[in-house]
Design a protein around this ligand. Structure first.
Ligand code: FMN
Length: 364
């Protein structure tokens, strides 16, 4: 009879209680969500892509003051494209600018910045147990410094080729991010976004392709998803969307309402919001222009053109231009505290995994 997790590799590697990772979610997760998920037994993550080095330092100190459990710091590794001419995109937005009486921001908002020397120095100073990367890995000198800090390194793969690429560069585990996942797809090798695989297809193929443990991400929101991921060879799961419902997440009321609405059953990949492909509930802009436009500036530049529109609409209580990031399983989750959610997930998953293992096995 199974008395615990069928795969203990991540528990041993990361020193965690259970192989459940709170997904880092830039703009949506922070100290409160991390501390509550850690109290429930998950690995806590702090998303750092939209923070300054000083903010990262403060947030790590705040978490460390309340929890001794291992902590993951998450960074982006995109190679920012030069700021493009956006005349066609601005023309497409013109009717909305007129309606709301706004335009481009006087000061461009801070863009999501890739992992840098300054952030690496914060990793060396604060010594998180894990560092995770989205959109590939930093160049070798920075990666070597992170490794020398003793942090375990994990990163997202959306294809088998990306998983092999990460494995060859010595990551400690690969996150297999399926098509179902909320937020930005971590794709970093050239591939048509339309070719992205769902987790049921992607996960076992990555498990077969790499030597390191694989963490399943995308569409997992309850114990059934956790159990299925282990059956497909995962050594752990990373969960984002289900944690967005928790009162500790930083999302606004419009986003929270969208997650429980019927619209959450038809999330789409869109490039209108940041320029990168990301999954969310359609807002008015996406409904009216369609989810994908060749005129939207490349990641992360699209954010600037919508900044004032978003502010003006939100001041009227509307989500017309607000990113409503969500994976495909938002409707499976409930608004309960992150600690309770994690505890329930762990005990229900263990019950299911145990039941499965002790069920009669069919003769070959
Ligand atoms: C609101 C939101 C923000 C996200 N931001 C990040 C991020 O900053 N870094 C990252 O590595 N992944 C990010 N992700 C992706 C998650 O790490 C993870 O792959 C995904 O949430 C898993 O799928 P699920 O949402 O279906 O649980 C984000 C996801 C969401 C929903």
């Amino acid at each position: 009879m199974v008395t615990g997790w069928p795969d203990r590799r991540l528990i041993d590697l990361f020193g965690i209680e259970a192989p459940i990772l709170l997904a880092p979610m830039a703009g949506a997760g922070g100290v409160e969500l991390a501390v509550a998920a850690m109290a429930g037994g998950a690995l806590g993550s702090l998303p750092c892509a939209m923070l300054t080095p000083e903010q990262v330092r403060e947030q790590v100190a705040a978490v460390r003051g309340r929890s001794q459990a291992p902590l993951n710091l998450n960074f982006f590794c995109h190679k920012p494209a030069p700021a493009p001419a956006q005349s066609r995109w601005l023309a497409a937005l013109e009717p909305y600018y007129r309606e709301y009486g706004v335009g481009l921001p006087a000061e461009p908002p801070p863009l999501r910045a890739p992992f840098s020397d300054a952030m690496c120095a914060i990793v060396e100073e604060t010594r998180p147990e894990l560092v995770s990367f989205h959109f590939g890995l930093p160049d070798a000198p920075l990666l070597d410094r992170v490794r020398a800090s003793a942090a375990k390194i994990i990163a997202s793969a959306t294809t088998v080729a990306e998983a092999r690429w990460l494995d060859a560069r010595g990551v400690d585990a690969v996150i297999a991010q399926g098509f179902e996942a909320g937020g930005h797809a971590g794709r970093f090798l050239p591939a048509d976004p339309a070719a992205q695989m769902g987790l049921f297809a992607l996960l076992p193929q990555i498990v077969d392709a790499v030597a390191v443990p694989v963490i399943a991400a995308g569409g997992i929101a309850d114990a059934r998803g956790v159990t299925a991921a282990f059956a497909l060879g995962a050594a752990g799961v990373q969960i984002g969307t289900a944690y967005l419902h928790c009162p500790e997440s930083l999302i606004g009321p419009g986003h929270r309402a969208a997650l429980t609405s019927e619209d959450a059953e038809r999330t789409v990949f869109t490039n209108l919001i940041s320029g990168g492909f990301a999954r969310g509930v359609p807002n008015r802009l996406i409904e009216e222009l369609g989810p994908v436009s060749p005129d939207a500036p490349p990641f992360p530049h699209a954010t600037a053109a919508l900044a004032e529109l978003r502010k003006a609409a939100e001041a009227r209580g509307r989500t017309d231009f607000t990113p409503l990031w969500s994976g495909q399983t938002a409707r499976l989750a409930r608004p309960i505290g992150a600690r309770e959610f994690t505890q329930r997930l762990i005990s229900e998953a263990l019950a299911l995994l145990t039941q499965r293992a002790s069920a009669p096995i069919l003769a070959p």
